[in-house]
Design a protein around this ligand. Structure first.
Ligand code: ADP
Length: 610
């Protein structure tokens, strides 16, 4: 089925589509359920309401497509099929809106007591996103807004942020914030992104300049120390006293120290601090002298019960960890899945600190924003679909296969669609199981499937290795390696994929498997961290109710191959069962509706009541 969205959306809450298909059958029932009508071989204007049911004037319509249709014919009339030789690649063309969801859903039950929450973060999707951190802050902020809370997000005004992506951008405060013996003139801007109010902190020095969120030519650690203090300074200058300051990762760990040892003695009395650890591998290594640059006395924190890196005790010099300081000084510490919580209590040098702080350490599984990640309304997709009818997914798959040269123009769509398509969308870092990603490409090719890797690396050696692989494979008909970051392409690939591969060595939570499922891609994952909490093996009989993917445990090729073999066998030999699983995974609720409430409970348990 090919549904083309109309440029004008006249009906509030309804989307208008033009529908083309020679194989299409429409069954229409009027409001009294009196009759049904069949239309064949016509072009019709139809309206799709948010629940995915088709609605015509006076009719509720269910659409089905005859089996055996050739998708190449379906969109032929209107959809322009992409090709690898296109001057503008299909994921860079103009889309109706860059902000996938400018409004926050309102039809959510409100909490009884409202709080004011300010997130302080290094990333925010989509304007400053590198990985899951950006998605999580945007998703959680929107979920809490929907529940009736007042939510703001503070982040650095990176030079690379595109101003046109921010609604109502306005300079609101010019003030000075301390760094290394001087007060730096600083601007705070207010704006709105995906329905969330943001405050961007822009110092007048070189901090946060450059073409990417991380890796500029300034000292990153010092820049985030400055940012942590500048956020508190802004709250003090403007008299802003939220109930909760929610900090994320090592970058904002020093804010807890600054709050309790400085600003709480000045004018900020009300806020309490919640820290979320998204990945314990990055712990913000810092010297005492560097910490002193934000105005604290660095040596005060060089003890086991404060911020010293336990591994460096009695070394010369000892080092500090901003993440450890954050754990000690925050009122509550959250990590992003129950299994990662257990893993971090058992291994890693921070485990002793976490054990000492066990009573305030909690595991809350991340959610995904199901309005932003919604295949039924995603502006980047060539065809929309949902769990009740995912014919559009086939069109997305064929669209990608054509666009990346994985199908010849004269290939029949039906044949091409029978080739299983695996996608892997990830930062290319060791944590993500690079050797298994490479092995998967070999194995998928051997099994006669297709695989697309969308990944970005900041490590020159990894970049070169994958560039070599791209040169080797990108001309053939099985593998595509795209070494870029593209939000648009990621949406299209999730929609196109039959399987989403996440073979991580460790994974605090992982969003790729949840997003993949939302778009009907069956996850193939290694059993670790949040992957173990969200994906359950289809061949695990006792756990049949939960079963939704393919899971392997080892870090070797044999373990991965075994999972891929099983996934391919299901896809090829049991198509009806496969379709049932696709429907099942699309219906799994991994939304923030499920887990934001747990954050609200944490906020509520630490906030002051006056
Ligand atoms: P991590 O936070 O460790 O990077 P997650 O799975 O939690 O991993 O989240 C990754 C997020 O970043 C997902 O939204 C994924 O789609 C996105 N992503 C990763 N790499 C890319 C890329 N090259 N282009 C676009 N999006 C990407």
């Amino acid at each position: 089925m090919n549904l083309r969205r109309l440029p004008l959306d006249k009906h509030k809450g309804l989307s208008a589509y033009k529908l083309y298909s020679s194989k299409l059958q429409i069954q229409a029932h009027d409001c009294f359920h009196r009759s049904s009508t069949c239309v064949n071989g016509h072009s019709n204007w139809i309206i799709l309401n948010p629940s995915g049911l088709l609605k015509g004037q006076g009719f509720f319509v269910a659409v089905s497509v005859e089996k055996g249709g050739n998708l190449a014919d379906f969109g032929g009339k209107d959809l322009v099929w992409p090709s690898p030789s296109d001057e503008i690649p299909f994921w860079k063309k103009e889309f109706p809106s860059w902000d996938v969801s400018p409004k926050v859903p309102i039809e959510v039950n409100k909490d009884n007591e409202f709080m004011h929450i300010i997130h302080v973060t290094a990333e925010l999707a989509p304007i400053a996103k590198v990985g899951g951190l950006g998605d999580v802050v945007t998703g959680l902020a929107r979920a809490c807004l929907s529940r009736g809370h007042r939510v703001g997000v503070m982040l650095p005004f990176y030079e690379c942020i595109l101003k046109e992506q921010i609604n109502d951008l306005t300079l609101i405060t010019s003030y000075d914030s301390y760094h290394d013996g001087i007060w730096i003139p600083t601007n705070a801007y207010c704006g709105v992104v995906s329905g969330v109010t943001i405050i961007l902190i822009e110092p007048s020095n070189q901090f946060f300049k450059g073409q990417s969120v991380y890796g500029g030519s300034y000292n990153e650690l010092e820049a985030y120390l400055f940012f942590s203090r500048a956020c508190l300074e802004w709250m003090q200058v403007t008299g802003t006293q939220p109930d909760i300051i929610h900090v994320h990762e090592w970058q904002t760990g020093a804010l807890s120290l600054l709050y309790w040892d400085m600003y709480h003695y000045l004018s900020l009395k009300k806020p309490r601090i919640v820290l979320t650890i998204h990945n314990m591998e990055h712990f913000g290594e810092c010297s005492k002298e560097q910490l002193s640059k934000c105005g604290l006395e660095g040596s005060v924190y060089a003890s086991i019960d404060r911020a010293v890196d336990d591994r460096t005790v009695n070394h010369n010099p000892e080092r500090l960890s901003l993440l450890k300081g954050g754990i000690v000084y925050s009122n509550a510490v959250v990590t992003v899945s129950p299994t990662y919580l257990k893993e971090t209590l058992c291994s890693g040098w921070l485990s002793s600190t976490l054990i000492r702080n066990r009573d305030k350490y909690i595991g809350i599984l991340n959610g995904i924003d199901t309005t932003i990640w919604n295949p039924a309304s995603d502006v980047f997709l060539p065809a929309k679909f949902h769990a009740q009818n995912f014919e559009g997914k086939k069109l997305c798959k064929y669209y990608v296969q054509r666009g990346l040269g994985l199908a010849t123009d004269d290939h029949v769509a039906d044949m091409t669609l029978k080739v299983p398509l695996v996608v892997c969308i990830t930062r290319l870092v060791a944590q993500k199981g690079l050797h298994l990603i490479i092995q998967a490409m070999k194995h998928v090719e051997k099994l006669g499937g297709q695989m697309i890797v969308l990944g970005k690396s900041t490590d020159g050696e990894v970049e070169r290795e994958f560039e070599g692989l791209a040169n080797l494979h990108n001309q053939g008909r099985s593998i595509r390696i795209l070494l870029i970051y593209s939000e648009e392409l990621s949406h299209i690939l999730y929609a196109a994929a039959d399987m989403v591969l996440v073979p991580s060595m460790y994974e605090p939570c992982g969003l790729a498997q949840m997003i993949g499922m939302r778009y009907g891609a069956i996850p193939v994952v290694r059993k670790t961290g949040g992957l173990a909490d969200t994906v359950f093996d289809l061949d695990d009989q006792p756990n049949h109710e939960m079963a939704n993917g393919f899971v392997f445990e080892g870090i070797d090729e044999v373990s991965l191959n075994w999972a891929m073999d099983r996934a391919f066998a299901y896809f090829r030999d049991k198509p009806d069962k496969w379709n049932r699983i696709v429907k099942k995974v699309m219906e799994i609720d991994n939304s923030w509706n499920n887990t934001a409430g747990k954050y609200v409970e944490v906020y509520d348990s630490v906030r002051t009541r006056w």
